[in-house]
Design a protein around this ligand. Structure first.
Ligand code: P71
Length: 460
């Protein structure tokens, strides 16, 4: 078997944050209190927090220095212009409209262009994106290529959208009902897999043919561009910045959660060319987020995002980031733990239904694994499966489940070292040996949208 190398951290650590440990008894009590929902556990009671890579990045010295230059004027703060310039230089669209995070960007965009009965195609919608489409009475549809749902397929671009599935949808529903097509890079619900430039061009052509605007859900665009450089023929010698610029050149706009590939703890934006749409979005923004030059952010936050978005394109950083996922995934794979392959950019996804074959889908094996991982080792991961994406298709009907039942180990940017990841791998390997003791759960309380955040469950 090939040796799995611990990646070298391309940074020094200047500020440290202590990790506190807890006892199993303490964690057991916290699980009970939180209704067996790890979103309800205080972060200080978590040893290694792999719940999300969103908003959990460590900022650089440059970003922290930039925070001191925050201009806190209500309108036209200088940091807005820095952000505008940084985003334009990568994305290439005229309008840059800041928001406090990605879902706010989704809400102001969708709220301005969708109406009841409309359809929004995507490779695979992530949870908040789906919810922001559906809350408006529109339908979110997924058209990822078939390999996206096969955890064993080694296809290098499992994030791709299937152009034929998209065309069939447009033909059957009519282009008039589709105000925009989205493309999520990387495909978070499908294992953090990249989309190829070939596919971006193909989908862009389909959209152009039917005159439908094409937008990116761009959260992890830098990781996607890096995978293109590594895997797509003809891009080996291009810089990641050039690849990102080319990706966006085929689209009409993007929503962005700066909490991912802009390396900030809060922030996002919508960026696009269309003047009429931009005006509607800005009007919506003023009602709920704030004036269009700050969109719910402080000047210092705008500056951190302006600086972070460029840092995310640094190839040494991206090399390390993807190596971290490959390292953790490799250790698990080598120990016989079922993992989604290839390894994604921001996370390793465990195939929970294979890890816990004795727990049926209706007893939420993915959720059960997150509970066990916290209880035994204080590690927090997130279920991407039946609780997050399952839905009742009607009154008293059976619940429908997504194709994949996974637990995501998301790696915060520049936060954990190789030793931390090694600890996580060892914990999972140990847990896997005693997997038959893990029990399924049932939901006792849930909300109508995004139920995973607040659901309460009970162990069976
Ligand atoms: C992630 C998140 C945030 C999250 C979700 C569920 C549990 C815990 C944390 C957010 C995304 C995303 C994509 C592709 C839009 C958003 C919303 N992801 N699109 O993966 O991944 O952005 O969080 O800034 O509002 O952990 P927002």
């Amino acid at each position: 078997m090939a040796e799995i190398k611990m990646p070298f951290e391309p940074f020094r650590i200047k500020v440290v944050e202590p990790i506190r440990t807890t006892t199993r008894r303490e964690r057991e009590a916290l699980l009970k209190q939180s209704g067996y929902n790890i979103f309800g556990v205080p972060a200080e009671k978590v040893t290694i927090d792999l719940l999300t890579d969103s908003g959990t990045s460590a900022m650089s010295d440059e970003q922290w220095a930039g925070m001191m230059t925050g201009d806190e004027s209500y309108a036209g703060a200088r940091n807005f212009f820095h952000l505008e310039k940084a985003v334009q230089s990568i994305f290439g669209f005229t309008h840059v409209i800041p928001t406090h995070q990605g879902r706010a960007a989704e809400r102001v965009l969708f709220g301005s262009v969708l109406k009841k009965g409309d359809i929004v195609p995507n490779n695979i919608h992530f949870d908040t994106t789906r919810a922001n489409v559906e809350v408006l009475g529109a339908k979110a549809m997924d058209f990822a290529r078939d390999e996206a749902y096969d955890p064993d397929s080694g296809h290098p671009f499992k994030g791709d959208m299937d152009p034929d599935k998209l065309k069939r949808c447009i033909e059957s529903k009519g282009p008039g009902r589709i105000p925009l097509v989205l493309m999520t890079v990387t495909n978070n619900s499908g294992g953090g897999q990249p989309v190829s430039l070939r596919n971006i061009k193909d989908i862009s052509e389909v959209c152009a043919h039917y005159d439908i605007p094409f937008f990116f859900d761009a959260c992890r665009f830098a990781e996607n561009a890096f995978f293109i450089k590594k895997r797509e023929k003809g891009y080996e010698k291009k810089s990641v910045l050039e690849i990102a610029q080319e990706m966006f050149s085929y689209a009409d706009g993007a929503t962005m959660s700066g909490k991912k590939d802009a390396l900030v703890n809060i922030g996002g934006f919508v960026t696009l060319d269309d003047d009429a749409w931009a005006e509607r979005i800005k009007n919506a923004l003023i009602i709920s987020e704030g004036f269009p030059t700050y969109g719910g952010l402080a000047g210092r936050d705008l500056e951190a995002m302006a600086r972070g978005i460029g840092e995310a394109l640094d190839e040494g950083y991206l090399e390390h980031r993807t190596a971290q996922a490959a390292y953790l995934g490799g250790l698990l794979d080598q120990a016989g733990i079922p993992v989604f392959k290839p390894f994604g950019g921001h996370a390793v996804y465990i195939l929970a239904d294979r890890f816990l074959p004795h727990i049926p889908r209706k007893k939420y094996p993915g959720w059960a694994l997150t509970v066990a991982l916290y209880r035994e080792y204080g590690i927090r991961a997130v279920e991407i499966g039946g609780v997050m994406f399952g839905s009742k298709t009607g009154r008293g009907r059976e619940e429908a489940y997504p194709e994949l039942e996974m637990v995501r180990l998301a790696i915060p940017r520049r936060v954990y070292t190789g030793a931390h990841l090694q600890f996580v791998a060892e914990a999972l390997i140990e847990l896997h040996k005693h997997r038959d003791k893990i029990r399924g759960l049932r939901i006792v309380r849930e909300s109508p949208f995004l139920r995973h955040f607040t659901a309460r469950l009970e162990e069976l």
